[in-house]
Design a protein around this ligand. Structure first.
Ligand code: MN
Length: 291
């Protein structure tokens, strides 16, 4: 049975642009290898926005060498990028954007949400690419909620929405470069959950709401809202008790075991590749939005 390696609590809230009040849950700057292939997680909100006609969010900025995965829980996000990807996603939808060789994008509250106002809540996850795919062609997967299969967990413990990977015979829609499971779990209090996951993979549980307890004794660590439990890689059974109705994002993936050299929105394997990324971006090789 997997044990908790450590629990990570989000940093103080800071603003990304003027639309996303985020807590940084983890980043390749502080824990690089232990969460591979996952590089970074920002948790935006939940935060109440009054109705506005202004565009709130982040304007044009580049990425290279990674994928950004945006999961909307409440509110709406509109996106456009220089590889002609774009669209608006709402609650339950996921945007899986492959930056790879490089693109420029912008991320804003959707016009519909901005006009209406209300609670905004999303997770943005950065997924690393293996060295051989860092310069692959950019791509964009708009994964709407109706395409994400829902699996009932045994004993009426709750449900798992399979965004990526596979549970039992059910496969999620996201195409990924390396094997991983990204599941949106809704769990009922006073139930025990047991999941079989590949041994040797990175496993982490991010609790958006509710509380989980690991182990058989009361002195084992609990994890609550806006906290991430990172599990040992040994073992293939992940088991925990749900001690309050919970919304949990499960991350599970094969570690890449490759060097990570990052500079802001670029994550490569060497310093030379970072300098090349900056050079390519500055010379306009990442394209332009709307062209
Ligand atoms: Mn971005």
């Amino acid at each position: 049975m997997k044990k908790v390696a450590f629990i990570k609590r989000g940093s103080c809230s800071h603003w990304v642009g003027d639309g996303f009040p985020v807590r940084s849950i983890f980043s390749y700057h502080d824990i690089a290898d232990q969460l591979s292939p996952f590089l970074l997680m920002d948790y935006a909100g939940p935060a109440d926005f009054p109705p506005t006609r202004r565009k709130l969010g982040v304007g044009q900025h580049p990425h290279r060498g990674l994928e950004t995965v945006t999961i909307v829980y409440q509110g709406g996000v509109s996106h456009r990028d220089s590889s002609s990807g774009g669209g608006t996603i709402g609650p339950g939808d996921v945007q899986w954007m492959t930056a790879a060789s490089g693109l420029i994008h912008e991320e804003y509250h959707s016009p519909e949400f901005a006009a209406q106002g209300g609670i905004f809540e999303m997770v943005q996850l950065w997924v690393n690419l293996p060295a051989k795919d860092k310069l692959a062609a950019p791509g964009y997967q708009a994964i709407t909620a109706d395409r994400i299969p829902v699996v009932d967990l045994p004993g009426q413990a709750g449900t798992a929405r399979i965004i990526a990977g596979q549970l039992d015979e059910v496969r999620g829609p996201a195409r990924t470069f390396t094997p991983m499971n990204v599941w949106d779990l809704r769990l009922a209090t006073d139930h025990r959950v047991s999941l079989a996951l590949p041994a040797g993979y990175t496993t982490a549980l991010f609790v958006l709401r509710g509380a989980l307890r690991f182990g058989d004794h009361d002195d084992q660590p609990g994890v609550g809202a806006a906290e991430l439990a990172v599990m040992d890689r040994e073992g293939s059974e992940l088991a925990f008790d749900v001690t309050a109705d919970s919304t949990v994002l499960l991350l599970n993936g094969a570690p890449l075991n490759e060097p990570i050299v990052g500079h802001g929105p670029f994550v490569m394997n060497t310093r030379e590749e970072i300098l090349q990324a900056i050079h390519d971006y500055n010379s306009g090789r990442f394209g332009r939005i709307g062209v």
